[in-house]
Design a protein around this ligand. Structure first.
Ligand SMILES: NC(=O)c1ccc[n+]([C@@H]2O[C@H](COP(=O)([O-])OP(=O)(O)OC[C@H]3O[C@@H](n4cnc5c(N)ncnc54)[C@H](OP(=O)(O)O)[C@@H]3O)[C@@H](O)[C@H]2O)c1
Length: 348
């Protein structure tokens, strides 16, 4: 590699705060100088970027569970990256790591903020989806918060997404009835192909509660809520005694000024339903346990996934929009580095 002073990194920075769905004009592609890694730091080349809904919340000025992105700062995002220079005993050049590398070609990052990808021999992209943060969210959220018992009914919204698709498949492995809720016919077919027992396309129904009743003849024991809003209300009418609702995401409110509140909490009171929020960052210490199970499930064909990979950092904004508007099926990923040679991880 040339001397660092001569090298720049293409980066996407936040130019303006979006109201509603982010558009290309809210972002700007700039060249930034590379920073020499200090003690305990790594210089990494970002290979793949994950486009996750939680980034949308961080583009707003208001408080959330993480600080808002400053105007002019690199847009944050999870990446799978190759270590180029290491000033840490933990990593060597060539190691493949996952961390918050951001929407940029290179990142200087503290070694304690990344972890080894560890998905070999599966494709590296899985470290951002089915075997990454979304998979861990589904795993801990369903098993620890949802506590699904064999023979009971698990309903999940955004069921074709990277979290929802894993939730339904783990529910099936636990011998539950898995019912998905999705927003298109194509997504519905995808979810049924994954082995869900039933799936409702809400874009085709006038009454979601009625359709749910048909698909959940014994009521609902676990609702894994990825969207919040009106869907929550429809599910609430069918909850069983001592059911659980895993509060995972509120994407229906992410891009909207109209916050859809739950109108009526009485069904939850009557059924003693527990609301159990999950924030995946509270559970990163479970990652190795999760990876051990999920990698085997993928390899054995019990856990299937779909990825939508677009090429080129400059596509990040439009790919992010597709992820946020429900146009993408499965995990939305940007390939940043033109060619990725897997060998450095394997050769050592
Ligand atoms: N709590 C945590 O720690 C944690 C961690 C990861 C993800 N999450 C949350 O989990 C949810 C799923 O994440 P994911 O990565 O798997 O995303 P995703 O499902 O791949 O994409 C989001 C999906 O949400 C659905 N959706 C429903 N109402 C929407 C609306 N008004 N606007 C846009 N989309 C809408 C769309 O699917 P349909 O067309 O099928 O409705 C869309 O495809 C998100 O809410 C995310 O924020 C939470």
């Amino acid at each position: 590699m040339d001397s660092l002073a001569q090298r720049t990194s293409k980066s996407v920075v936040l130019h303006e705060r979006p109201a509603g769905i982010p558009q290309s004009e809210h972002f700007r592609l700039v060249d930034r100088s590379l920073t020499e890694p200090g003690k305990g730091e790594l210089l990494c080349q970002n290979l793949y970027l994950s486009l996750d809904p939680f980034i949308r919340a961080r583009l707003n000025a208001g408080p959330s569970y993480a600080d808002p992105v400053k105007i002019g700062s690199v847009v944050p995002g999870l990446t799978a990256s190759r270590v180029i220079l290491s000033n840490s005993d933990q990593y060597r050049p060539g190691d493949i790591v996952v961390g918050m590398g951001g929407w940029q070609e290179y990142v200087t990052i503290t070694a304690t903020e990344v972890r080894k990808a560890g998905v070999d021999p599966l494709p590296l992209t899985t470290a951002l989806g089915v075997l990454g943060m979304p998979g861990l969210t589904a795993y801990v959220g369903l098993l620890d918060m949802g506590c699904p018992e064999p023979g009971t009914t698990v309903v999940v919204s955004a069921a074709a997404g990277s979290v929802g698709s894993v939730v339904g498949q783990i529910a099936k492995m636990r011998r539950c009835r898995a019912v998905g809720i999705v927003g298109s016919a194509e997504k519905r077919q995808f979810v049924l192909d994954l082995g869900f027992d039933a799936c409702i396309d809400y874009s085709k129904t006038d009454n979601l509660a009625d359709d749910l009743q048909v698909c959940c003849p014994d009521g609902i024991d676990v609702y894994f809520d990825n969207v919040g809003g009106d869907t929550f209300g429809a599910v609430a009418t069918l909850l069983n005694l001592r059911s659980r609702i895993v509060l995972c995401g509120m994407i229906s409110n992410l891009n909207s000024d109209r916050i859809q509140n739950i109108q009526d909490l009485r069904p939850l009171f009557v059924k003693r339903t527990q609301l159990r929020p999950i924030l995946v960052s509270d559970h990163f210490h479970r990652y190795d346990e999760f990876l051990g199970s999920a990698k085997a499930w993928v390899q054995e064909g019990h856990l299937r996934y779909r990825e939508n990979i677009v090429r080129g950092l400059e596509q990040s904004a439009s790919a992010f929009r597709a992820a946020l508007t429900g146009h993408a099926i499965g995990k939305q990923i940007v390939e940043i580095a033109a060619s990725f040679n897997r060998s450095p991880e394997r050769l050592r």
